[in-house]
Design a protein around this ligand. Sequence first.
Ligand SMILES: [Zn+2]
Length: 289
Amino acid sequence: MSAKRGGASGEHIRVPRVRPKVAPAAPSQADLDGALPQDIAQLISKPPTGASLRAVSRLQRVSGNQAVQRLLQRATSAIIQRDKVAHTTGKQVDTYLNASPFIKTYVADKVKGGTKAEGHVHIEDAATFAKSWETYSLKRLNPDTGKTFTAAEAAAWEPTVNAFRDGSEIHIHEERGETGTAIHESIHLFCDGKFRDTMGFTVNEGATEFFARAICAEQKITRGSFYVSERTSVEKLVALTSKEDLAAAYFNGKIDELKAAVNAKKKDTFDKWLGFMKAKKYGDADALL
Ligand SMILES: [Zn+2]
């Protein structure tokens, strides 16, 4: 859980929907995906400076658990001066994807079918974002407690959330995250359902960040460190196969082809690799390739 507060793991937050009639047996992959807690944002869009930095450092040193830390962050966030982030709009993301020499052919069918980021990326001021987050989170499970978020918990979490995706709708705090935030979030919208369901949370996030970084590089947008472990392992897979194989699987559902490409290089490896990735054993996954 510490990774989610460290700023170098996830970009957004996803918490599972409340499913009151689901027995607490082995969760499905979809449940696991939603429940994994590290898919959470960097805490603040810019590092604090001077006195604020010292205050935050001191508070972080003394805070022993996440609940306390969140409360402290909530208190300190109010005193840290923030500026608006130069967020990418949904329309810009569509333009970038459709102009990408690498990605445009893979998203073409979905674009023709009506998938787009325009109209789905909501860059919100502080009050609007807080309201959106409250509406969303009160219907979700708090990964810390395994129970539905209470209003107090939702409010305590809010300062640590840069952005979240509620189905097809992406909510981004205008003062949090970075220019690449909307790019990462929007690429999720173009992911083939088969890839999402088959590959699980870690590969999905690693691949999404891989493509987000490709777009950022093409557009000369500086991208911070997100999903580093997940992405690094996905990059090893790409090195063994190709980025085209990954793109065809991710955007077009060609999982069998990706699997065949992996196994052609390393016999009977793909399923084992995927198992390690789902278990977040990145070192074991990497060692297979
Ligand atoms: Zn993501």
